[in-house]
Design a protein. Structure first.
Length: 164
């Protein structure tokens, strides 16, 4: 059995992040932590708790065995939700928007990402039942949100309605 150490874990974490094409900031945001914490984990300065490893595992669809030991042979296969690609697109879009807030650069990259998301969503919701499917999906997500985020979503929906 392989022994666990912080340095090897950091290398595996960095490889996972880079494989997904995410910066430390986007990766941290995806699991609810800071880029500096991700940097410390990747450099082997600190080790994440079991709770953080579970979050990383769930969010990025990789087994805890593979994260901790680097052994994909002992890892149980995850059921793919099919949402991994779209979630990664949203992560990249979120990162691009945050980067562009600080710069006065044109939003070419975010425009590309929006177009890519439109393509994915058109395929997913194009049938006659697409709107009902989207409404059910939104309702399922909304029921899991904390109150603060639910109220924020409500305000965004009201704003969107005014723009139409």
């Amino acid at each position: 059995m392989k022994e666990w150490n912080k340095e090897d874990f950091g290398l595996r974490l960095k490889a996972l992040r880079e494989q997904r094409g995410l910066s430390m900031m986007a990766f941290g945001s995806a699991i609810g932590t800071s880029a500096s914490r991700i940097k410390d984990w990747e450099k082997g300065k600190n080790a994440p708790s079991a709770a953080w490893i579970a979050k990383i595992s769930e969010r990025f669809n990789v087994s805890t065995d593979e994260l901790i030991l680097g052994d994909s042979k002992t890892a149980k296969a995850f059921k793919s939700t099919g949402n991994t690609n779209i979630e990664m697109l949203y992560d990249k879009l979120r990162e691009t928007i945050v980067e562009e807030k600080g710069d006065e650069l044109p939003m070419d990259r975010s425009t590309e990402l929006y177009a890519e998301l439109d393509t994915v969503n058109k395929e997913r919701y194009r049938s006659g039942k697409g709107r009902r499917f989207a409404e059910r999906e939104l309702l399922a997500i909304a029921t899991e949100l904390p109150k603060k985020e639910m109220l924020e979503l409500l305000e965004l929906a009201k704003l969107k309605k005014r723009w139409l």
